[in-house]
Design a protein around this ligand. Sequence first.
Ligand SMILES: NC(=O)c1ccc[n+]([C@@H]2O[C@H](COP(=O)([O-])OP(=O)(O)OC[C@H]3O[C@@H](n4cnc5c(N)ncnc54)[C@H](O)[C@@H]3O)[C@@H](O)[C@H]2O)c1
Length: 303
Amino acid sequence: MNAPVALITGGGSGIGLAVAEHLINQYGWRVAIVDIDAARAAQEAARISPHNCLGLHADVTDYAQQSRAFLQAFEWGGNRLDLVFLNAGIGDTDSMYKDFAIDERTSLPHPVDLRVLDVNLNAVIQGVHLARHFFSEKNNTKGGGIVITSSVLGLYPSHAIPLYSASKHGIVGLVRSCAPVYLKDKITINSLNPMLVHTNLMPEPMSSEFHTPEQTTPMSTVLTAFDAIIADDKLTGQTMELAMDEVIFKQQPDYSHPNIKSVLGQWGMWERVAEPLLPRRPGENAEEVKLPAKLVIKAGVQS
Ligand SMILES: NC(=O)c1ccc[n+]([C@@H]2O[C@H](COP(=O)([O-])OP(=O)(O)OC[C@H]3O[C@@H](n4cnc5c(N)ncnc54)[C@H](O)[C@@H]3O)[C@@H](O)[C@H]2O)c1
């Protein structure tokens, strides 16, 4: 029961499933795959390893269901949780360009269907909140790793699917903002920002209409990025752009004005305003750790 334990949302298919198999087969970890499709999660867990893989049902947008899955995974893993991969995601759920329907009573459009933000961003925020709790309050060995699947559309705009792009940009902001504080509690947080990967979300027949086979990212690049995260338990705050066979550590934009840098690029607002509001200072019992400076990995080799 001493093997590290991971929880993966959206683990029943695609990227989440590939990472689950990688962690079990290459690293000997135990993995709970959490999915809204209960039958698929159970079936894949049984196929991969009845002992080392657990299929759990949860709709991550329901906090009670997501938190129950965390507790089930933690207890199944022998009261430990080492890595949480918040990966469940869906495509755009509405249009920002034209009204699909008008409310006859008011002659105004119905509200925008924000399910894509509920799954891709709001549920991820709740997942980060739960992971931090388990890592800092429940784990015997304090700390752990959070990885979130954003997208290249979290770094660049998408005219075709703006709501999806907004949800994935939100993850980038969350990762970059929380990372230095979480590190005080030995918690790392990073995002994967893949370019097209063939999965159920992006099946070949649909995607080949707008890109060539060379413009897809193989699953091996996703696994290379994961290897880099596992190899360095202080790697944090990184948005890892996955483009074909490259893992690119995308840096935040430069501050455009010295005053913006002097206000936002320092710790004053955190130390004087935000931290004193907390019931306990992060890292009170954790040893001091320094942020890493890493740039590019290519073809599976970290430089
Ligand atoms: N495939 C790509 O090209 C690509 C590119 C960039 C980012 N992503 C992101 O990668 C992540 C994984 O997607 P994928 O491509 O592997 O697709 P996928 O459809 O194969 O897998 C997504 C999984 O999430 C599950 N899921 C959906 N809503 C859920 C919910 N409410 N609760 C729990 N589980 C839920 C689905 O059942 C499915 O098993 C997503 O966040 C997606 O936005 C994918």
